[in-house]
Design a protein around this ligand. Structure first.
Ligand code: GTP
Ligand code: MG
Length: 198
């Protein structure tokens, strides 16, 4: 698949406003500021495609990007942005849950976690839900450029081990990743290709 050809499709505030539930879709999920929008931009080599920000909570809608008529990537709103009102937070979570539970074209979840703070409460909730739902998950330990390769790989192994111990490793793969240094892009593309294959 040609990830450089990705185009912004639509922002949907609710499930009802999402594009038709056909073809194949992969969603990028993770805590606020984990680097979801940056990862999508890195894939396309277009830094303006998905809006990124130093302010957590930038992405508040479900943003759809199309690779082809039948293949899409989805930038989900980040979890854990403390500065928004409680009611608004609950609403996002409701839309997020609706999307995850009802979207039949969803083939897999890319779960992004800052390598310096992996496996937070939200990540464990997402993983537990996905494993139980039988939805495959590919974990990106993001911002790996913030540390040396040795320590980064140690964290990768530690996370892998922790998931195994928690029984959360079925259908789960993981890698280190950096949007700024573009490391791990090939591996991510291979995973997306496999999931989005017709
Ligand atoms: P929300 O939309 O709030 O959920 O955040 P997000 O997950 O989309 O994060 P976003 O891509 O906006 O990135 C958040 C911040 O982290 C920005 O300041 C990015 O520049 C920075 N960032 C993202 N990826 C990387 C990376 O690989 N390395 C480094 N050093 N910084 C990164
Ligand atoms: Mg974002």
């Amino acid at each position: 698949l040609d990830y450089r050809a990705i185009q912004f499709l639509i922002s949907a505030p609710t499930l009802a406003e999402c594009p038709e539930d056909i073809g194949a879709e992969v969603a990028f999920a993770g805590r606020s500021n984990a680097g979801k929008s940056s990862a999508i931009n890195a894939l396309t080599s277009n830094n303006k495609l998905a809006r990124t920000s130093k302010t957590p909570g930038r992405t508040q809608l479900i943003n759809f990007f199309s690779l082809s008529e039948q293949q899409r990537l989805v930038d989900l709103p980040g979890y854990g942005y403390a500065k928004v009102a409680r009611a608004m937070k609950d609403e996002w979570q409701r839309h997020l849950a609706e999307y995850l539970e009802q979207r039949t074209c969803l083939r897999g979840l890319v779960l992004l976690m800052d390598i310096r703070q992996p496996l937070k409460e939200f990540d464990l909730h997402m993983l537990t839900w996905a494993v139980e739902a039988g939805l495959p998950v590919h974990i990106l330990l993001t911002k790996a450029d913030k540390m040396k390769n040795g320590p980064a790989n140690n964290i990768l192994f530690a996370v892998e081990k922790a998931l195994k111990e928690k029984g959360l490793n079925r259908g789960v793969t993981l890698q280190t990743f950096s949007s700024t240094k573009k490391t791990g892009l090939d591996k991510l593309e291979r995973k997306l290709n496999a999931w989005l294959a017709p």
